[in-house]
Design a protein around this ligand. Structure first.
Ligand code: NDP
Length: 673
């Protein structure tokens, strides 16, 4: 293979490092496949370019514009995925490993694109939570909002998932409206470089939105400010070094770290050999050890079982691991490829050496040499065992970042929980039990130490996404040793790149700022019924005030018999009176909703396509037979979903003849754009 000359992407130009290039080797053959380096780059100029060109361009776009952009990036990656697979084999990855990295990465962008269009407004400010009333008269209120940071997201990524690891950070960052400078790990940076090339060539990113450093970061950290974020994945040692950089401390630069993690998996006390949960546990531990040759931040490093089942666990795991076919990942039938580099092989062997002082190897030979593959970074899966987990500190402290795991016994639930927590903070834990009480005890005892917990049993196994898969919609990160950071988790991940600000002011002004009608803000009316307006014509706050109708006892009885809802509060005067809330029979809540619709709808075909639901429904004041009701229907917010339709959120208030609020809710409709 021709040696690739990897390039940096700085200020919208592809540039080579001007010397001191490092060689990158194939994990399979050991031959040099690429040269990489970043010397000569002007890191301050890169930061300035992102801040002055990329940031303003991204912030001028709405959340939806940016979400569509992510979709286009994901499509571009998928359209050229075979180029990436081809490169991926060089990192020792099998096709399945490559799928997690490449298609998993594109999938993460797709997911953020979709969430962005569904859950974020088609605007530039994100409203956070409900309005807080701050005054008696309602003229002074509070509302939290998020706005994009005005700096740069510096992404420093690990070697194990060069594509996914980059895209899982880029998705939320770009959706937030923040430009990124990506620094991939040198060992597998050629994949990140190829993926960045694909994204740049897709020609959907504004100038300055994405830059790439293919080597050291020089003096970049010296120029960070309060508006920047560093998002780091890698070793605890590097994380600590970067986190203690004086500029990070002085400027309060946000630092998201995802680092070493001694993830645990626990066989529940009920999951004896012969149960489906036992088999699932064995399958999952073996899978986590061998997928991506165990180079997964979430891989199971510690597998715990009731003491009386540990021998059975050892036998079953060893048998399963013996079936793993190790070799060139391009070869048919190979189920585990190589580690990412010769350095990684050295590291893993060294760490196994340390673990071996306190645990014995029960399966696999870490020093096995694979004939014909002497220069590749191949290693057998290595299973260790300790029977004294409370004195074997190394198994809870040392992460051998390869196909390595240690099995250990626990005495009872308390012991299992304490051992799981002995990892001092992890990204993912799994528990195999068919007993919900065991699950509850574990979650309470262990939740504080783990970023994600998967509880697996026979009912969920088939559709499970697995112990080791971080998902775009769920939080990825963990406390303590795992770095204390959080990534993804749906829109939560986007807000890591935004500032939350508590706004105070009049509801009218805050409504205009947030592009969302807030209680107390003006409710302009007009001659045109709002159901006759398309989304583009609907103004936030525009209100329909209906006439009123009286609700009679006959109405209540008719509704009761018609629907079958003859609950005593509507039908039995004496029983209703005895109820501490009512003074006698009351109208059904659902009758009020139905009559409300009868008051506000405009029946002819028009821009309103469907009623898609109600949110935040509250019945506030009882409506008695003889009372009257009227409705105010206000446009709260609008959100285009695609070119054919969008969602309108209406604030609905139902009043009685005394102008007391009877009911309030958000009505959702799908409307023509
Ligand atoms: P490192 O911490 O060495 O590297 C992680 C990233 O940081 C790489 O991009 C690396 O670049 C970069 N980096 C290193 N030093 C600096 C610096 N001074 N300034 C800026 N960037 C820097 O970890 P590795 O990837 O080498 O992995 C080592 C160990 O980390 C693994 O064996 C494993 O234990 C753990 N790890 C944990 C992961 C997790 O997600 N929890 C993921 C991957 C690794 P470069 O490659 O160019 O040196």
């Amino acid at each position: 293979m021709k040696t690739l000359k990897l390039l940096n992407y700085a200020a919208d130009q592809w540039v080579a490092g001007d010397g001191g290039l490092a060689e990158v080797h194939s994990a399979v053959t050991g031959e040099v496949i690429a040269e990489t380096g970043s010397s000569g780059l002007d890191f301050k100029a890169m930061l300035d370019h992102a801040r002055n060109v990329g940031g303003p361009a991204l912030r001028a776009m709405t959340f939806h514009d940016r979400a569509w952009m992510l979709k286009a990036l994901a499509q571009a990656v998928m359209a050229r995925k075979e180029e990436l697979y081809e490169l991926s084999y060089n990192s020792g990855a099998t096709r399945t490993d490559g799928w997690i990295d490449i298609e998993g990465g594109a999938g993460t962008l797709f997911s953020f694109s979709s969430k962005g269009r569904r859950e974020l407004p088609n605007g530039r400010i994100l409203v956070d939570g409900a309005m807080e009333p701050l005054s008696k008269g309602g003229s002074f209120v509070g509302q939290h909002v998020f706005t994009p940071l005005q700096g740069v997201a510096v992404h420093i990524n690990a070697f194990n998932f060069p594509v996914w690891g980059m895209l899982e950070k880029l998705g939320p960052t770009l959706l937030a409206g923040v430009p990124a400078i990506v620094k991939p790990a040198s060992a597998t940076g050629y994949l990140a470089e190829a993926c960045v090339r694909i994204m740049i060539e897709a020609d959907v990113l504004p100038k300055g939105a994405l830059q790439l450093i293919m080597g050291g970061v020089g003096d970049l950290m010296d120029h960070l400010t309060l508006q920047d974020v560093v998002s780091f994945t890698g070793s605890a040692q590097t994380a600590m070094k970067l986190q203690s950089h004086p500029v990070i401390a002085r400027e309060s630069v946000r630092f998201i770290a995802e680092r070493d993690s001694l993830n645990a998996s626990i066989l529940g006390p009920d999951a004896a050999p012969g149960t489906p949960e036992f088999d699932l546990f064995i399958k999952e531990v073996a899978r986590e050890m061998t997928v991506k040759a165990g180079q997964k931040c979430t891989a199971i490093r510690r597998a715990m079982a009731p003491a009386e089942h540990l021998d059975a666990v050892q036998d079953a795991l060893s048998a399963r691991l013996a079936k793993v076919k190790i070799g060139d990942p391009r070869e048919e039938g190979v189920t585990m490829g190589a580690l990412a580099s010769a350095r990684q092989l050295r590291d893993v062997r060294e760490q196994i050496g340390k673990l071996h002082k306190q645990a014995r190897i029960v399966s696999g030979n870490p020093d096995h040499v694979f004939p014909g593959h002497e220069k590749g970074a191949f290693i057998e899966p290595v299973l260790l065992r300790t029977d004294t987990p409370w004195t074997a500190d190394a198994v809870h402290d040392i992460e051998a970042f390869g196909p390595v795991s240690t099995i250990m016994p626990y005495k009872d639930m308390e012991d299992a929980i304490a051992l799981a927590n002995r990892g001092m903070g992890s990204l993912a834990l799994s528990l195999f039990t068919f007993d919900a009480r065991v699950a509850e005890e574990f979650v309470l005892g262990s939740g504080a130490y783990h970023g994600r917990m998967m509880i697996l049993d026979r009912t969920s196994a088939k559709e499970s996404t697995g112990h080791g898969s971080p998902l775009p919609v769920l939080v990825h990160g963990g406390p303590g040793r795992a770095g204390g950071g959080e990534e993804m988790g749906g829109i939560r991940g986007v807000t890591h790149y935004m500032q939350r600000t508590a706004l105070q002011g009049s509801p009218e002004v805050l409504s205009k700022v947030a592009h969302q009608w807030l209680p107390g803000a003006d409710k302009p009316t007009g001659d045109v019924h709002p159901f006759r307006k398309r989304i583009s014509e609907l103004e936030v706050g525009y209100t329909l005030k209906t006439h009123s109708r009286t609700v009679t006892l006959e109405d209540v009885e008719h509704f009761a018999h018609f629907t079958g809802d003859t609950f005593y509060a509507h039908m039995d005067e004496e029983a209703a009176k005895a109820n501490p809330i009512f003074d006698g029979r009351v109208a059904h809540g659902y009758l009020i909703l139905s009559f409300a619709a009868g008051l506000f709808v405009e029946p002819a075909p028009g821009p309103v396509l469907a009623n898609t639901g109600l949110d935040n429904l509250r019945f506030v004041t009882p409506l008695y037979p003889g009372d009257s009701m009227r409705v105010e229907l206000t446009v709260k917010s609008t959100k285009l979903r695609n070119e054919e339709m969008g969602e309108v959120r209406w604030a609905v208030y139902v009043f009685n003849q005394k102008d007391e609020v009877v009911a309030t809710y958000d009505l959702l409709t799908m409307n023509a754009p």
